[in-house]
Write a protein that binds this ligand. Structure first.
Ligand code: ADP
Ligand code: MG
Length: 676
């Protein structure tokens, strides 16, 4: 059985078993899943094409018996001549005296080794009697790991394949293999470790890519189904008329995209299932408006609700805009780290006795002493900024509350279906009408003076500007230093009538708050800042976003920053100052200047920078695939997702043909996953 311990493989003893355990390989199956990271391709090429000092493969006939000489201490040299393409080539084999017994005049041999083009000589590393077979063309190379050398790994894997091939059962139902022309599981394993040809290897890889994606998608979709079915009991019977009246009080009508997202969310709330939904929408697409309506719906259903956001500034902004929207329709409070002492105790008391309907807050919301009387609805804004654990704690403050996650980071589709495959997703992919497009310019640093004049002119005419400082990878401290330097430079540059403020992560919450308030009141005209202003900040009078060293930022992040302007009636500008060295850097600046669609940018970012940039490093929630690459193989991912959905929707996993697949998927769950 493939689940046998790896020590059952011939040649793998106790010691080696321990070495394997060290690198996470315990079973035969895990050993077989240790795929080569590359293949050495030994192609037989004409002598005239062989390159001096390269590793080459040649095939020829031995002209006379090898001669063996010994030298030094137990060192030997075996030499012979062979005829290749009617040319005499000299072969040397060091320290393998026994080879003399194997190689004789008249034999055809295949030699792999280092080529000396001047002397027409090969220093042999591997030899084989007989002509080169297809198999010799591609040699798997395994990454050495821990105590295990590539050679040891290879030996063990080849041995495992030899003895366990018959135990490799198919898990994909036959129609899939036929439809996609995929090799069997057994054949695919054999090919991955001993490819007979490049074509065969391509198909074996295709098979594992599809298998990995399908199993993953089945798992996610099963989780989603279970989560829905396991958590009945939260029906929020909201008051449709009151909700409608609330919407009618808005100074605008919802866009179609907002409407449809709203309906999906409200349907979840009214259903007995617990909502587990992600609401995606570009900055300014009107998510907050939708969220407000949902919060109100929950209030009319007699429940309490909570809105958790990552920063104090955002919490206060949301609190303010919600208070304005709601008027006396609901009682709202704010709970952040700055709410302390008596004030905090009072609010907690009111929350626990349901005197308050809606609580807006930061991490302060998830502390132990925060007790809700009847929490029915939770919204987590910029959810990727919170850890899994923090989201869970908030959720558990209610009895099966409906949960809505919101993000303004447009997430590329492939990432969305991998990272959030166990959620329902609503997308607001449309901007409210009448928005002026932000004009974006990319300029070189040599143009800085002209840019600053442009900024000064707009400020004098009553507008405001952000200046974002260079980002220095991994160094908060240097970022701040940069901001401080720029702040002083600009103070020296502009007349004192232009008020310049400074904002960075080291300021206390109160200091940040003061600065933001001054900026919001136009007492500060130009705000120099690190990327802390990135998310959600809303000052409609600000019309210029100037970004230093823009090439250091990801496209998605630049787009987020750009979203800080263009929030009012006036024409807004985004100015990227950058002198990128390479072509991709230039390309990225061009893309930024041309594209205002956040989803398009995020797709580009994914292609250029890979998936790591979209979420925090650790809490990404992105699965690791052995063969598949979700960026490169996105088509297969789409196919697998559709197939998985069909399988789940039609309950096919219960049928006989799907038993092996079901079994495999179930073994794939970590024990705690089903419970979350
Ligand atoms: P998001 O939270 O997605 O960034 P907001 O909900 O804050 O977007 O909306 C941005 C601005 O657009 C706000 O000033 C809001 O009042 C306004 N807005 C929202 N929806 C509409 C709409 N359908 N029509 C016009 N303006 C809207
Ligand atoms: Mg519900």
């Amino acid at each position: 059985m493939l689940s046998d311990p790896v020590t059952h493989v011939k040649g793998v003893g106790e010691k080696m078993g321990e070495d394997f355990a060290q690198i996470g390989i315990h079973t035969v199956e895990e050993l077989l899943n240790y795929f080569p990271y590359r293949y050495d391709v030994f192609e037989i090429k004409p002598l005239s094409e062989l390159i001096h000092d390269d590793k080459v493969t040649i095939e020829g006939r031995v002209i006379h018996d090898p001669s063996l000489t010994f030298y030094g201490k137990q060192k030997s040299r075996l030499t012979f001549t062979l005829e290749v393409e009617q040319v005499a080539v000299k072969a040397v084999i060091f320290n393998r005296a026994f080879a003399k017994k194997h190689i004789h005049s008249g034999d055809t041999v295949t030699l792999v080794g280092k080529w000396d083009a001047h002397r027409l000589q090969i220093t042999v590393s591997t030899y084989k009697k007989g002509p080169a077979s297809q198999q010799d063309e591609m040699q798997p190379v395994y990454p050495a790991k821990g105590e295990l050398s590539p050679t040891k790994l290879k030996k063990a894997i080849q041995q495992a394949l030899a003895s366990y091939a018959a135990a490799i059962d198919e898990i994909l139902p036959a129609p899939f293999l036929t439809a996609y022309k995929l090799p069997s599981r057994k054949e695919a394993y054999q090919t991955m470790h001993m490819p007979k040809s490049r074509i065969a290897l391509k198909h074996a890889r295709r098979r594992f890519i599809y298998e990995e994606f399908l199993v993953f998608q089945l798992k996610m979709q099963l989780l989603r189904k279970w989560k829905r079915e396991a958590t009945t009991g939260n029906v929020q019977q909201y008051d449709q008329l009151r909700v409608k009246a609330f919407m009618d009080s808005f100074p605008f009508t919802l866009t179609d995209a907002q409407q449809s997202a709203l309906h999906q969310i409200l349907a979840d709330m009214a259903s007995p299932y617990r909502m587990n939904r992600l609401l995606q929408g570009d900055v300014g697409s009107g998510k907050t408006a939708v969220a407000a309506i949902c919060l109100y719906a929950s209030v009319t259903a007699g429940k309490q609700s909570a809105l958790m956001v990552p920063t104090e500034i955002l919490a206060e902004q949301h609190y303010q805009s919600l208070t304005e929207l709601f008027g006396d329709r609901a009682s709202i409070t704010l709970l952040t780290g700055s709410v302390k002492g008596k004030k905090r105790r009072e609010r907690l008391e009111q929350i626990s006795t349901h005197q308050l309907d809606i609580v807006v807050g930061t991490h302060a919301l998830i502390q132990d002493d925060v007790q809700f009387a009847d929490l029915g609805f939770v919204i987590v804004d910029e959810q990727h900024r919170f850890g899994v654990e923090q989201r869970r704690v908030l959720r558990e403050k209610g009895l099966y509350p409906d949960v809505l996650f919101m993000t303004a980071t447009p997430i590329p589709r492939t990432l969305a279906i991998t990272a959030f495959g166990d959620m329902d997703v609503s997308v607001i992919d449309q901007m409210p009408v009448g928005r002026k497009e932000i004009e974006t310019y990319w300029v070189k640093e040599s143009m800085l003076d002209r840019v600053l004049q442009f900024v000064g002119k707009h400020i004098v005419s009553g507008e405001q500007a952000y200046v974002i400082c260079p980002l220095i990878e991994e160094s908060d401290k240097l970022d701040i230093q940069n901001a401080v330097d720029v702040y002083h430079d600009l103070r020296a540059y502009f007349p004192a009538s232009i008020h310049i403020g400074l904002m960075h992560g080291r300021l206390s919450a109160e200091e940040k708050d003061t600065v933001m308030k001054q900026f919001a009141n136009n007492e500060i005209h130009l705000l120099v800042s690190t990327t802390v202003v990135e998310v959600g900040v809303n000052v409609p009078n600000a019309t210029i976003m100037m970004i230093y060293d823009a090439e250091r930022f990801g496209l998605s992040q630049l787009h987020q920053l750009r979203g800080r302007v263009g929030r009012g009636e006036k024409q807004s500008y985004c100015i990227l100052i950058a002198d990128p060295k390479g072509e991709t850097g230039k390309e990225r600046m061009r893309i930024m200047a041309e594209t205002t669609d956040g989803f398009a940018l995020s797709e580009q970012d994914l292609q250029l920078r890979g998936p790591g940039d979209f979420f925090g490093k650790k809490q990404s929630g992105l699965p690791e695939f052995k063969v598949a690459d979700m960026v490169h193989d996105y088509r297969a991912l789409e196919t697998a997702r559709k197939d998985a959905q069909e399988i789940i929707d039609n309950d096919l996993l219960e049928t006989k043909e799907y038993q092996a697949l079901l079994q495999y998927v179930e073994n794939n769950f970590q024990t705690d996953e089903k419970l979350d």
